[in-house]
Design a protein around this ligand. Structure first.
Ligand SMILES: O=C(O)CCC(=O)C(=O)O
Length: 214
């Protein structure tokens, strides 16, 4: 396991957490078990199809929405539930929800964002498992709007050395596990850029802890 640390960022990376044969078998199972959908989001009144297929699996009541898209909750599939239980043993966290992304080829991608929605438990890590084709996972220093406002008002300070941080890349391969620890989502954004020559698919699973908001 490799630790990656920078001001406001803490990642733990297990290259080949799953052996190639286990990762290939899991990818096959997930392709069949998961009810993949291509969702649309509305930005400034215009509807856009997401450039990937997705599915939100979660315990009952653990809904999640972003960019005006309220994800329908699918029940845990057998393979996803096995992974959730293995991650509980590894991390001590009982993940109650999972976003699955299927990038059909290098034209599918994910834009810059942080997973900082209010329904996500801020003290929990996000556990990200990659299957299939390798892709670059980009990170850049970019405080969340809440933190930017808090810094501007003097309520909190930038992490020491944050001004000198620059974007960087972590190539994620078949079977890799990446744990994004707090407070990473509050100070850094991530993205999965397009790779137009890539023809193979990749699945990514991000296990999360959603809290009930009162
Ligand atoms: O596919 C990836 O590695 C990134 C997924 C991601 O950014 C997310 O689910 O929030």
């Amino acid at each position: 396991m490799a630790e990656v640390q920078a001001p406001g960022l803490h990642l733990r990376h297990w290259p080949a957490w799953l052996a190639p044969s286990a990762a290939a078998e899991l990818l096959e199972r997930l392709q069949l078990e998961v009810p993949w959908k291509q969702e649309a989001i509305t930005i400034y009144g215009r509807r856009h199809l997401l450039p990937r297929l997705t599915c939100w699996m979660a315990d009952p009541g653990c809904g999640y929405s972003y960019s005006g898209l309220a994800n329908a909750i699918e029940p845990w599939s057998p393979a996803a539930a096995e992974l959730r239980d293995a991650l509980q043993v590894l991390t001590g966290w009982r993940f109650n929800s999972l976003l699955l992304n299927r990038y059909r080829d290098g034209r599918d991608a994910m834009g810059w964002h942080a997973d900082d929605e209010p329904e996500l438990e801020p003290t929990a890590p996000i556990a990200s498992l990659s299957l299939g084709a390798p892709r670059d996972f980009r990170l850049r220093p970019q405080p969340s709007p809440r933190n930017r406002a808090a810094v501007a008002s003097g309520a909190c300070q930038l992490p020491a050395g944050f001004d000198h941080c620059t974007p960087f890349n972590i190539p994620l391969h078949n079977g890799d596990l990446l744990l994004m620890e707090p407070p990473t989502q509050l100070w850094w954004q991530h993205a999965l850029p397009r790779r137009l020559r890539l023809q193979q698919q990749r699945l990514n699973l991000t296990f999360r802890v959603v809290r009930a908001l009162t």
